[in-house]
Design a protein around this ligand. Structure first.
Ligand code: AMP
Ligand code: GLY
Length: 426
């Protein structure tokens, strides 16, 4: 069978690679993909943007793919699954209504309150005076969030009132994020350890994937500005059996059942970003309607069973009996970012070291890469590459990932040196 992957980042390269490993998959098409997916055996790119839903449907039909799997949130929130199913095409992911869980933070918060899912206390505002009055009432630190999609930049964890008021004003005026900021969620700041919990859902049943954790801050020691993620690893030792059970019982299952009860049946990957408070309570920071990036890269490196079969099981509503096995080893991925990320970056810089042999037990997933006119692989985004290693422990996986990262170079490349440190300390 042929399969279509929508997206062009590191997560999508990992998804395409994992699908191509299936003996049943003869070809994977990635739209639009990157230089890494273009070079991957059994995988090719199609020059169709991840936001062009009609063209993607045409591509899926033309290539007669068995199914499509969507990487990023934007096409899901825009209704790609609805459009595909109207056209008789199978597409793994939530419908537009179900994807609102990520598409609107105001919806997600009120949904959690309705279903008793633990989360930070909050209020939603469309009016600056009302928001400002509430911010002054609760005081700092406080968290201000744009309601809609803001490419991972819509959250301000404000240390003082001025910062909080400025963030709310920027959002509500439409200046910071356009329409996505016309409503804001003001919420209590939670402290604790942040973890990612990702499951595959078939409309009713929820099967958790292996645990994982990412590092969102740009700099070592989890300092500096927030990013899409500078590295991730799996398993996350913080998630022991008791915590796992709690998250399934208190968060994932009530979310999926609650959505179904509200007429928003959920199919696809469901990602809960959680803060585990010092007393061990998992509270939801956000829901995402997709796999994490970069969590997907180490996660899929550990997947021992057939990823295509797993996607089909979710589409067929038989995920509970699917074969989900994981490599007992740990995997860790280090994101190699362009200089300036998460701010403005340069593109088109040639990447050196890609022709060197990969160290044992490593894999290099491309994120923001492209080919220049001479056919060289060049940088083309903020998170350029993700160097992954597999090892007997997180420490060993980290050593291998850095061995790979250290053999790659371009002008301005930077990456954190401490990905996985929390797991290693533990
Ligand atoms: P979100 O997009 O909602 O996950 O927010 C991005 C990041 O902001 C999260 O990964 C957290 O690090 C931080 N964050 C969000 N909400 C809170 C909160 N209520 N308390 C503390 N940190 C938060
Ligand atoms: N790594 C965080 C995310 O994918 O949202």
């Amino acid at each position: 069978m042929k399969v279509l992957v929508v997206g062009g980042g590191g997560r999508e390269h990992a998804m395409a690679w994992a699908l191509a490993r299936s003996p049943r998959v003869e070809a994977v098409i990635v739209a639009p993909g990157n230089a890494g997916t273009a070079l991957e055996p059994k995988v090719r790119n199609a020059q169709v943007g991840a936001g062009d839903i009609p063209a993607l449907a045409q591509l899926a039909r033309h290539e007669a793919v068995e199914f499509t799997v969507v990487g990023p949130e934007a096409p899901l929130v825009a209704g790609i699954v609805d459009a595909f199913s109207e056209a008789g095409l199978r597409c793994l992911g939530p419908t537009q209504q179900a994807a609102e869980l990520e598409g609107s933070k105001a919806f997600a918060k009120s949904f959690m309150v309705r279903h008793g899912i633990p989360t930070a206390a909050h209020e939603t505002f469309a009016d600056l005076d009302a928001a400002a009055a509430y911010i002054r009432e609760v005081g700092a630190p406080v968290v201000i969030k744009a309601d809609g999609l803001a490419a991972g930049k819509g959250v301000t964890v404000a240390e003082n009132l001025d910062e909080a008021l400025l963030a709310a004003e920027g959002m509500l005026s439409g200046e910071a994020f356009g329409e996505a900021g016309r409503r804001v969620v003001v919420e209590e700041r939670l402290v604790g350890e942040e973890i990612s919990f990702i499951a595959l859902v078939d409309g009713e049943q929820v099967v958790s994937l292996a645990s994982s954790q990412d590092h969102k801050a740009r700099d070592d020691g989890d300092q500096g500005p927030n990013t899409g993620g500078m590295g991730a690893y799996s398993p996350a030792p913080r998630v022991d059996e008791a915590l796992h059970r709690r998250i399934m019982d208190e968060v994932m299952t009530p979310a999926v059942h609650g959505l179904a009860a509200e007429g928003r049946r959920y199919t696809g990957f469901l990602y809960a970003g959680l803060m585990v408070t010092p007393d061990g309570v998992p509270k939801v920071l956000e829901f995402n309607c997709r796999l994490g990036d970069p969590e997907a890269q180490p996660l899929l490196m550990r997947l021992d069973s057939d990823f295509a079969e797993l996607c089909l099981a979710a589409l067929d509503g038989r995920i509970a009996s699917a074969d989900v096995r994981w490599d007992a080893r740990a995997a860790l991925g280090v994101v190699l970012a362009a200089g300036g990320y998460p701010g403005p970056i340069a593109k088109g810089l040639p990447i050196e070291g890609l022709d060197l042999p990969l160290p044992p037990d490593t894999r290099l997933f491309h994120g923001g890469t492209a080919f220049d006119e001479e056919g060289r692989v060049v940088t083309h985004g903020g998170r350029v590459l993700c160097a992954c290693g597999l090892g007997a422990s997180v420490t060993e996986a980290q050593e291998k990932a850095y061995r790979l990262a250290d053999q790659i170079r371009w002008d301005g490349v930077f990456y954190r040196r401490d990905i996985g440190y929390r797991a290693i300390q533990r």
